[in-house]
Design a protein around this ligand. Structure first.
Ligand SMILES: [Zn+2]
Ligand SMILES: [Zn+2]
Length: 296
């Protein structure tokens, strides 16, 4: 999803919730006890979590979330994300510049990202990077920020976390050009919302597909079909919190514990158990990001 200048504006005001505090605080205990999950994309540095992060962490631990990947939208966030990794040992993070944050890309930014990645072995990816033509039309500028980050990922042999909204065609064109030079990094299409045909094209480039709360939305038929179709060894689950809370918490603040709802919906769509989806998606995340979590 996208960084927001005022994240709270995207969320209901306190007291505006139709859902009780008890419901928000209680991830389904019956399904959570035995699960092992990875939230492969979250944002906790946004100020939505200032007041209750310890409680949020307790809920993700209760829900079985054993590792989290924190995305980065611009280098100014890195110090705060690193401090969170100090506080929560299960947290790993990416460094990168989001396509809607291109104003933060300067001459030395690639060098800054390289230094940040080399300075801390908890940096497990470059991102989030990508293209977003839903909110902006500055494709040339976005490409100028994206391309050197893909180069950096290849150089450092790190996976990329790709944000791609209304931009599958130019993204595939860029990847095709890089494929001819064998310069497509490993990585994941995050918060997947494309068609099955687009998914197959990204899979053909070796990328994984990460499903978010959007897969729980009733009308997201293309995403549902992608969830049925994606090979077992190629998908992840994520929250992209604080955005995009899954059903039944849609419209509320999202948090890592709710990744269990994403896994539950994937299980329904694939005709599998939630335990199977949790085990499979966790193993995929461990493999892609080199997480210290033992494969399950
Ligand atoms: Zn994000
Ligand atoms: Zn995103």
């Amino acid at each position: 999803m996208t960084p927001a200048p005022a994240p709270n504006a995207m969320l209901p005001a306190p007291g505006d919730s139709g859902l009780s505090a008890v419901a928000l605080a209680a991830p389904a205990p019956a399904q959570s006890a035995a699960l092992t999950l990875v939230d492969s994309h979250c944002h906790l540095v946004f100020r939505n979590f200032d007041d209750d992060l310890e409680a949020v962490a307790q809920r993700w631990r209760d829900a079985g979330v054993r590792a989290l990947i924190h995305a980065c939208v611009e280098p100014g966030e890195i110090a705060a994300i690193r401090a969170l990794a100090d506080r929560f040992p299960e947290l790993r993070y990416a460094v990168g510049v989001h396509p809607l944050d291109t104003q933060h890309w300067q001459e030395q930014t690639a060098a800054d990202l390289r230094a940040a990645a080399l300075a801390d072995n908890r940096v497990v990816a470059i991102g989030e990077l990508g293209l977003d033509l839903y909110r902006e039309a500055n494709l040339d500028r976005q490409l100028a920020v994206l391309d050197p980050q893909l180069d950096l990922a290849v150089e450092l042999d790190l996976p990329v976390i790709i944000h791609c909204r209304d931009a599958a065609a130019p993204m595939l064109e860029l990847l095709a050009g890089r494929a001819s030079q064998d310069r497509v990094p490993r990585g994941v299409m995050h918060c997947w919302g494309g068609t099955p045909g687009e998914m197959e094209a990204f899979l053909a480039h070796g990328l994984m597909i990460s499903f978010s709360g959007t897969v729980t939305f009733p009308k997201a038929e293309d995403t549902h079909q992608c969830a049925r179709q994606v090979p077992a060894d190629r998908y992840l689950v994520e929250t992209d919190c604080p955005f995009l809370a899954p059903v039944p918490r849609r419209g509320k603040r999202n948090e890592p514990a709710f990744v269990a709802s994403v896994a539950a919906r994937l299980a329904e769509l694939r005709g599998e158990t939630i335990e199977q989806v949790a085990t499979t998606s966790t193993a995929n995340a461990v493999r892609l990001f080199g997480l210290p979590l033992r494969p399950v």
